[in-house]
Ligand binder design. Structure first.
Ligand SMILES: Cc1ncc(COP(=O)(O)O)c(C=O)c1O
Length: 444
């Protein structure tokens, strides 16, 4: 590969082993549909929707056109004290897609900001109703809620926490993880039925320890995405909802990955039939084209905050970002959501999810070092036995090998994940899964 037309000295790459990257760069210069073109001219299939973002595939004209039009109409307007038309329209479209009375949208720019926003809403809401003592947050082991201090504190992936513990929020606990590698290593299109109660620890140990009356919110991903696509046991989320209701605790679903189609439904909340008090989104809402995130709140949260006795000129919730509800991002969201609907891409994601899951289980089960496979919605994960003393190396080597062969897959610890755009065809799935299978054999 020739990299003569730019230097690589100044860009510090995120969540990337920079030393390895600089020796073996992987640089995209174009994308269309399911494929990237690298700097060296190689075609690479986007097997991970560019980190769960690009549901409709790359270079979609209706989204590009909407952005161009918006740039020429209203490029930007401050979000504080004034607003813009597209922010209201995008909020309306998003609220209309959300279940129950999840109707009030607070915009931000990323999943990390959505996590921190939702935690702050929880504190402010409880305080507004005279329960300011509720300040304990509960996350889950291996949860991922981004890289802000709030999201990191409730997050549970050890590598993301290791160095930053001294700055975590002070009153946070974590529920046990939702994986049973002995009885449910293989999950295929359905939630595993556990004999054990995965929430007993929350009810019998964590809530009594803090006293449930002090707990502000519990935050979970409906499916643990970044950790490696771990599906909850059957009825887990329904029971979690009931526990929260019993104790007046807010339930936050972090749907940055499961929101907008990945499970074949609008949200994971729809798939699992459970309505949270807040629903965090980002990623697929703009097809990845431009940053936008948000928190959809139940009416009662907004209503409570508006009940304040403060004079009308006083801000009710001291929170927001310079780019909250950016008109260009909101125009992109409107065009994206319209495109998803016109092309019926969410049902398609559900259908192609079955094709992907079937391919994973039939091609990868029994291969050397494969110790688990999980598929649900349009995502599937294969778990590999780690190399002794080198956790994560096997999956990383497989990722590199697949890349060289033209397939972008995602290593997450010792798991490899594939989660393609909703426009994926069976031929792409076959190529991705066969490439992965060859590579798993090669790295035995
Ligand atoms: C569930 C979840 N929450 C939050 C985030 C953080 O999003 P961002 O990288 O946009 O800050 C992610 C990113 O993968 C995520 O999967």
């Amino acid at each position: 590969m020739a990299f003569n037309d730019f230097h690589m000295d100044n860009h510090w790459l995120p969540f990337t082993p920079n030393r390895q990257f600089k020796k073996d760069p992987r640089v995209f210069v174009a994308a269309d549909g399911m494929e990237f073109t690298t700097h060296g001219g190689q075609k690479v299939i986007d097997g991970i929707s560019s980190l769960w973002c690009v549901g409709a595939g790359h270079n979609r004209k209706p989204i590009n056109e909407a952005i161009k039009k918006q740039l020429d109409t209203l490029d930007y307007a401050t979000a504080f004290q004034v607003s813009n038309d597209k922010a209201f329209m995008a909020a309306e479209a998003i609220a209309a897609m959300a279940p129950g009375d999840l109707n009030k949208v607070l915009f931000c720019n990323s999943g990390s900001e959505a996590a921190d926003t939702s935690l702050k809403v929880a504190l402010a809401y409880h305080r507004a109703r005279g329960e300011g003592h509720r300040n304990v947050f509960i996350g889950r082991e291996k949860g991922y809620h981004g890289v802000g201090f709030g999201g990191m504190s409730v997050g549970g992936i050890p590598g993301n926490r290791k160095v930053f513990g001294s700055a975590f929020l002070p009153r946070v606990d974590h529920m046990r993880f939702i994986h049973d590698p002995v009885n449910h290593a293989y999950v295929h299109h359905q939630e595993p039925v556990w004999t054990e109660d995965a929430l007993a620890d929350l009810e019998q140990r964590i809530l009594p320890l803090h006293d449930a009356s002090n707990v502000a919110a519990i935050i979970v991903e409906p499916i643990a995405g970044s950790a490696g696509w771990y599906v909850p046991p059957k009825d887990y989320l329904t029971r979690l909802r009931k526990i929260c209701d019993t104790h007046g605790i807010l339930l936050i679903f972090d749907e940055v990955i499961t929101g907008f189609g990945r499970l074949g439904s609008n949200f994971g909340a729809d798939y699992f039939g459970v309505v949270p008090d807040m629903l965090n989104f980002a990623k697929c809402v703009t097809n990845g084209v431009i940053p936008l995130g948000g928190v959809i709140c139940r009416d009662k949260l907004y209503d409570e905050m508006m009940k304040t006795s403060a004079p009308e000129h006083v801000v009710e919730f001291f929170h927001g970002y310079t780019y909250s509800g950016h008109p260009v991002a909101c125009a992109a969201a409107l065009a994206t959501l319209d495109l998803y609907k016109k092309e019926q891409l969410f049902p398609r994601a559900g259908e192609m999810g079955r094709v992907l899951g079937d391919a994973f289980h039939s091609a990868l089960k029994g291969l050397p070092n494969v110790i688990g496979i999980r598929s649900l919605g349009l995502a599937a994960a294969v778990e590999l036995a780690p190399i002794a003393g080198s956790p994560g190396k096997r999956a990383f080597d497989i990722f590199l090998d697949c890349f060289q062969k033209g397939s972008l897959v995602r290593p997450a610890g010792d798991v490899v994940v594939i989660a393609p755009p909703f426009i994926v065809e069976k031929s792409h799935i076959d190529t991705l899964v066969n490439t992965l299978a060859d590579s798993i054999r090669k790295h035995a």
